[in-house]
Design a protein around this ligand. Structure first.
Ligand code: TYM
Length: 325
């Protein structure tokens, strides 16, 4: 069985990215054949500064390794270094109804945020489908925000298989039970996102200990002062419970029971301790890895291996569609 996921190298990674995607990959790397990549082609669907983008790509690779993804258990690569992702995307774009893409919620949100956006913002989920389908991935670990895109990939695969014969495996999203959507600490009704206007609500993986503690201590909560899990009426405290649950490996009910007599201040401090305990060792390893020549070796190996796999799948569909000689 194979799992695959990608993260965009657009700015600092957040605790949401870690819990929704990276931590899951670490958890499953012993069980599945694992592929993880840097989705740099997805990043350019909105404007990017070239130097910053290049730095962020390298930084993301170092984060993967520092978070515990083992280079021998994962194939790690950069999306744009494998030409078959864009090639496959073109074939699939021609097989995907325009209307279906216009209905994607992420497209609707992002197209409102950016003026004169490029066509890539619309076709973004088809590139994502290509990423997944090229490798016959069984499962795609992601946060809940990417569920619709993985379902689209599955629909595209079904349609193509029906028309051209069995080519693609049908992928399934793998969404963590408790960390599916980590929310903004200042506005807990919104997802924690790199592109948030208020950095106080977002924990970046490379934030200092001091900053992490301050952000958690000033997280917005209600005034009940009762540790209870109810995302609808108590989104702030439920978000902190989710963070604690995801990082501790405990169940929501266990966490609520354990802290039922604590007040919000005490609970926030305990959540902050756990986030710091999780992120500081990652940051230490990150500093050791970021300038290591080992990164290039890992990426070369990932590129060569995935070019072989992706080429075969791409040629199969290209051939069945009657392209070329
Ligand atoms: P991206 O870069 O926006 O996010 C990377 C991963 O982090 C998860 N995530 C969250 N999970 C929980 N709470 C949050 N607040 C939170 N914010 C982000 C996302 O669900 C995602 O799993 N399109 C993808 C990248 C991609 C991809 C792929 C993923 C490209 N091709 C193929 C899987 C398979 C994206 O933009 O993720």
């Amino acid at each position: 069985m194979r799992i695959l996921t990608g993260l965009q190298p657009s700015g600092g990674l957040t605790l949401g990215n870690y819990i929704g995607a990276i931590k899951q990959m670490v958890k499953y790397q012993d069980e599945y054949e694992s592929f993880i990549f840097v989705a740099d082609l997805h990043a350019i669907t909105v404007p990017q500064n070239p130097e910053e983008l290049r730095r962020n790509i390298k930084s993301l690779i170092a984060i993967y390794l520092a978070s515990g993804l083992d280079k021998d258990k994962n194939t790690i690569f950069i999306q744009s270094e494998n030409i078959y992702h864009s090639n496959m995307s073109w074939l699939l774009e021609c097989l995907t109804p325009y209307g279906e893409l216009g209905r994607m919620t992420q497209f609707k949100d992002k197209s409102l945020k950016h003026q004169n956006f490029g066509a890539g913002l619309l076709t973004y989920p088809v590139l994502m489908a290509s990423d997944i389908l090229l490798y016959d991935a069984d499962f795609v670990p992601t946060g809940v925000d990417q569920k619709q895109h993985v379902e689209l990939a599955r629909n595209i695969a079904e349609r193509v298989n029906k028309k051209y014969g069995d080519i693609f495996k049908l992928p399934e999203p793998l969404i963590p039970k408790d960390g599916a959507k980590i929310c903004d600490l200042q506005d807990p009704t919104k997802k924690m996102s790199k592109s948030s206007e208020n950095p106080k609500g977002v924990i970046y993986l490379l934030d200092t200990e001091d900053v992490i503690r301050k952000k958690i201590m000033s997280a917005v909560t209600d005034s009940d002062n009762e540790i209870k899990y109810d995302p609808d009426t108590k989104p702030g405290i439920s978000n902190l419970i989710n963070i604690y649950t995801s990082l501790s490996g405990m169940k929501v009910e266990e966490v609520v029971f354990k802290f039922k007599d604590s007040n919000y201040g005490t609970f926030k401090r305990i959540v902050a301790d756990l986030v710091v305990e999780t992120l500081i060792p990652i940051q230490k390893r990150y500093q050791e890895i970021i300038n290591s020549p080992e990164l290039d070796k890992i990426l070369d190996a990932g590129r060569d291996k995935t070019l072989e796999i992706a080429r075969r799948k791409y040629l199969e569909l290209k051939d069945r569609m009657g392209l070329g000689r």
